[in-house]
Design a binder for this molecule. Sequence first.
Ligand code: ADP
Ligand code: MG
Length: 213
Amino acid sequence: MSEEVKDFSHLKLNSWLLAQCESMGLKKPTPIQQNCIPQILTGKDCIGCAKTGSGKTLAFALPVLQKLCEDPYGIFALVLTPTRELAFQIADQFAAIGKAINLKKCVIVGGMDMVAQGLELSKQPHIVVATPGRLADHLDSCDTFSLQKIKFLVVDEADRLLGGHFDEQLKKIFAALPKQKQVLFFSATMTDALGKVQQIASDKVFTWQEEDD
Ligand code: ADP
Ligand code: MG
């Protein structure tokens, strides 16, 4: 079943974000963007599943940036992703959209200087994009920043992050976050771990899963 995809102006996004999408040549939201963005904007947690290349990054980046403009304060959003490469790709998409608001973002991944990263974190970036291992190292060793005021936690590639391999680091990271926050899971597949999240989640969670072709 193919559903009609309307243009970006139907998503309740602010005009500066619409202008930014247009300037980037984006014409129509992908199905996951069309379905998840309005729900995230109403304050819901979200589990969104769709295959690789379906535009999951903007499905969370656009509503996070809209909310950031309403209430900018300290580190606003933490995005976790399993690999360095993905972290840089996500940060680039945030930067492209966030150009108009002088977005400050910071990438925290392994293989780079801890001290320089600690300094970046201390400058209160709006968005931190991190791999779990290196962020957990910073939480262990560095008191120059706090994640206590974040408003959004994004778990990108949640099928991979919640697969068990990252459990120890995730436990440490989740313990450093405030209780009250919006949590957005995006994944290529609905795994058992995500299914569990869905089961224990409250009515506040919107789940959207792409149908198979
Ligand atoms: P996923 O995370 O689902 O694998 P990405 O968010 O990385 O996918 O997006 C894949 C590509 O599609 C990126 O190059 C991105 O810029 C592009 N893209 C995202 N949304 C749209 C859209 N609405 N219209 C056209 N291209 C888009
Ligand atoms: Mg992705």
